[in-house]
Design a protein around this ligand. Sequence first.
Ligand code: FAD
Length: 291
Amino acid sequence: MKLREIYAQKDLRHNGIYEWVKPKISFEIFPPQKDFDKLLNEINILKSYNPEFISITCSSKNTNNTSIETLKNIKKELDINLMPHFTCIGSKKEDIKSNLNYLENIGVENILALRGDEPENQENIYKDFRYANDLVKFIKQETNLSIGVAGYPEGHIEAPDIYTDIENLKKKVDAGAEAIFTQLFFNNDKFFSYIQLVRDAGIEIPIIAGIMPIVNYHQITKMLSLAKISVPKVLQEKIEKYKDDEKSMTEFGIDFASYQSQQLIDAEVKGIHFYTLNRSYSTAQILENIL
Ligand code: FAD
């Protein structure tokens, strides 16, 4: 099912009327370096929560190939809708085209179109695509894929301000994007104001909230250092408190993400995309808490 159909689905109410009821759930995983069978087990557990799809991250360093390989292997083992992430920075147009053709030929319907992070050494990289909006335009021209793009509730790290970033987001939407997947956030108020700003800019496609349950101190501090993500005081205190206690950090992460998700459900968001970090435990607990 394509993104535009997924987020337009309505649920059957007890009174027999179809209405929007619950957000659509999806999960993000990354290609594992080893132990593919463990990942399959985790996906099998998550599958019981009926996700609309599972997205697979890619590395812009290997021109999407590991992501495609992982997607192919999961597809062989499990019957599940998969959405590859797909970066364009440093890639040649003909390679992008042949990867897109391959994905469509094996039945992929949706793709997350990204620029990717700029490499430190800019010499000798192909400049066929400058920004993600160039990739969206190309995918739209060349394929029938339904396209998701990235959004940043507190602004992308390179953008001078949130307004400029949203103007740039609009270029991706005007080029054909059908859903916006946000960077993870911990402050729902920032997400709600972002939705307002995006709507004020005339963008009407679904905005899907990115939620990540915290499990590990080093992982989270590294992520926070690479992006604009504000951390509420209570969260900051607990992150420090459970620095050396992964079990308590995990349980706190579940509680915090459950609270965030419940607020998002109450606010009638269209979808929640969980960053699972290839582990089912926290995400499954959150879903048990909220669904
Ligand atoms: P763009 O939309 O191109 O934006 C990049 C910057 O350029 C922004 O500051 C924007 O304001 C500005 N800009 C955009 N268009 C224009 C324009 N036309 N003119 C001038 N300025 C412009 N990275 C990976 O490598 N692999 C992944 O799997 C991956 N998955 C992600 C999933 C999600 C949900 C998110 C939110 C991010 C993900 N990323 C991933 C990270 C992403 O690649 C980086 O954040 C990257 O730096 C920007 O990618 P983008 O597609 O948002 O770029």
